[in-house]
Ligand binder design. Structure first.
Ligand code: ADP
Ligand code: MG
Length: 383
């Protein structure tokens, strides 16, 4: 069993028993892309894929880190010396969490951490937040901090923003911390209020496929920062705190007040995307799961045409899936590659996957990896 493998791996490496094993999942976002840093809405589910951490406190102030997925042996840092820029590479994610806890005024000791994750990295499935939230949850328990999942998510985001140096929104960490099994998580990024929205696809004969294109275009980070800056500029020009404050029925009037071109397109995506989240939630609350399909596909068109964050691979996967009978499909995650989600009748799933595989093969592209996503639980202690 995976939990025992992580625990045994810890013991083999460090020569002692861990005090426990914790895990935090990756996520896919059903709808609501790039809305988090616009104070808007989103609707992620947690994946069964997760990062697991076996951990034990140390009383000498040392933090030792090992990941099964990294060729490094053990990274060793002194907790008291942690500062942005002091840790390079993957170890900055878990070390950043310890730093963020300390910065928030919590008494945190050193620890031995042994990490093992089956969340694919860089696939738009949030392997980084899984790592952070697993460590945050472990520290919360080991030090009896009694922080809520939401507070842990905020600290994990702070770690990624200020310690690792990635300007991500709160979506990934909130999803990894706060999701519940069998439900999607409605998030209001301004208040950080969340609501569990039951999502029992199987009961209605449906599946949500995740198709990982295994493509990550190199300019993704810079493009993210540009989109973010464009959204902030638009809000400033419109005189609102964030684009979330532009009402859907006031969209045309708002667009007319912006210069023609990019700022209009960015604003149109965010405002229509917030509206799509609300439409999807209304349908889910009414039990009309099939009804959300076309809204997902509409969301993809908005990311492709207005926000300009899709790419040939994700567009092909979406178009092929829809042509093969999917109820709806869209790229999920930050963009420029990564994964596509497909809502489909269970009976159509294999045919749709085969159609996408064939379409990729016809272009000489690598076979994408497909799996079925069932809403899983958020971060928790395993043993
Ligand atoms: P995503 O979160 O969408 O998977 P990111 O670029 O945000 O993509 O995060 C990926 C990075 O997170 C990796 O490059 C690596 O530094 C780190 N990471 C994630 N999972 C692991 C792991 N199991 N072991 C080591 N590093 C990991
Ligand atoms: Mg990430």
């Amino acid at each position: 069993m995976e939990t025992e493998a992580v625990s045994k791996g810890f013991t083999t490496l460090y020569g002692t028993e861990p005090e426990g094993v914790w895990q935090a999942p990756g996520r896919v976002n059903v709808i609501g892309e790039h809305t988090d840093y616009n104070d808007g809405f989103m609707l992620p589910i947690a994946l069964p894929h997760a990062a697991r951490v076996a951990a034990a406190r140390r009383d000498d102030g040392l933090l030792r880190l090992h990941s099964v997925q990294s060729p490094d042996s053990v990274t060793e840092v002194v907790v008291a010396d942690l500062a942005p820029g002091s840790v390079e590479g993957w170890a900055a994610y878990p070390a950043g969490v310890v730093w963020a806890l300390r910065e928030a005024g919590h008494q945190v000791a050193g620890a031995d951490l042994y990490l093992d994750s089956d969340v694919p990295t860089g696939a738009g499935l949030s392997s980084s937040a899984a790592l952070e939230c697993a460590v945050a949850t472990a520290y919360n328990d080991l030090h009896g901090l009694a922080l809520t999942p939401r507070q842990l998510a905020v600290l994990a985001q702070r770690a990624e923003n200020a310690f690792v140096g990635v300007p991500c929104g709160i979506l990934d960490q909130l999803a990894s911390s706060c999701c519940a099994e069998g439900a999607a998580l409605f998030v209001d990024a301004r208040s950080l209020d969340t609501r569990q929205v039951p999502l029992d696809l199987a009961a209605q004969g449906l599946v949500l496929l995740v198709i990982d294109t295994e493509v990550k275009h190199a300019h993704a980070d810079g493009a993210y920062a540009e989109r973010r800056a464009g959204c902030e500029r638009s809000a400033e020009l419109l005189g609102v705190p964030a684009l979330r404050d532009v009402p859907y029925d006031g969209l045309d009037a708002a667009l007319a007040r912006l210069p023609e071109g990019e700022l209009r397109s960015l604003t149109r995506h965010i405002v229509t995307e917030d509206a799509r989240v609300e439409r999807v939630i209304a349908l889910l609350d009414a039990g009309d799961l099939r009804g959300i399909g076309p809204i997902l596909t509409e969301g993809h068109a908005s990311m492709r045409d207005d926000f300009a964050i899709s790419c040939a691979e994700t567009d092909l996967a979406v178009d092929t899936a829809v042509a093969a009978g999917a109820l709806g499909a869209r790229m999920t995650g930050g963009g420029f590659g990564g994964s596509v989600i497909v809502l489909a009748e269970r009976a159509d799933a294999d045919r749709i996957t085969a159609a996408v595989t064939d379409a990729f093969a016809a272009r000489g592209w690598k076979t994408p990896r497909a799996f079925t996503a069932v809403p899983a639980a958020g971060a928790r202690r395993l043993i």
